[in-house]
Write a protein that binds this ligand. Structure first.
Ligand SMILES: C[C@H](O)[C@H](O)[C@H]1CNC2=NC(N)=NC(=O)C2=N1
Length: 218
């Protein structure tokens, strides 16, 4: 298992102090320190400018957005389950998740009914990252990945099955797990949404065919 550690460059004074602290120690430590400082003094690559800066909506717009989602998912969009799924078995659990079903759910049905999506906001970036790490472990266990994006303390998550296309039991199960984990990590009411659904959309487009098993690829 490989790890990529990205370091910010400590101020020069820190590097000099650490170097002095290790001066005269045994050669192994010196080698370790020199690797460490080389890594940490590597010039940080300039962060590519985002094509579009995060769009944060004030609370009023956020509420208008929620009303629009509620309207959309009640009247126009019906859930589209993936081939092999049993709608009568999945619908009760799906309704518990959907904003529009009025059972306390916060997920919106989107993309012609083949996906459910929602935004999660936490107190800090660290809490948000811990939440995403916990979700990623569940994804590994269930061999199912989300379409998601993160800006600072806000994460946008969309669950859909790519092959066969539609909503599957894994999407519904993992969405419920996200709700449960969000409680554990202290989810906050969104005051403004910094979610960037389009960031997830761009990732989907650039990822190409993520899920067609090799033996079915043309
Ligand atoms: C081959 C493997 O079964 C597929 O890649 C799985 C893995 N994870 C998946 N995740 C999602 N969201 N959709 C899929 O269709 C999917 N398929």
């Amino acid at each position: 298992m490989s790890f990529t550690i990205t370091r910010t460059t400590p101020p020069k004074t820190v590097v000099i102090k650490i170097r002095r602290a290790f001066a005269g120690t045994n050669p192994t430590t010196k080698i370790f320190f020199s690797i460490l400082t080389q890594t940490s003094t590597r010039s940080t690559t300039s962060t590519p400018k985002l094509a579009s800066t995060p769009t944060c909506f004030p609370r009023q717009q956020q509420q208008q957005h929620q009303q629009q989602l509620r309207k959309m998912s009640t009247s126009e969009i019906k859930p589209q389950f993936s081939e092999g799924s049993d709608p009568s078995a999945l619908s009760p659990a799906l309704n518990k998740l959907l904003l529009s079903a009025g059972e306390g759910g916060k997920w919106a049905l989107t993309n012609e009914g083949v996906a459910i999506e929602r935004t999660f906001k936490f107190k800090t970036f660290a809490k948000t990252w811990d939440f995403m790490t916990a979700v990623s472990l569940q994804c590994k266990l269930k061999n199912h990945h989300p379409e998601w994006s993160n800006v600072f303390n806000t994460t946008f998550i969309r669950w859909t099955t790519h092959v066969p296309k539609g909503l599957s039991s894994k999407d519904i199960e993992l969405a419920a797990i996200c709700d449960s984990l969000a409680k554990d990590f202290g989810e906050q009411e969104p005051t403004e949404s910094c979610a960037m659904p389009n960031l997830a959309d761009m990732a989907v487009v650039s990822s190409g065919d993520c899920c067609t098993p090799k033996h079915l690829k043309k």
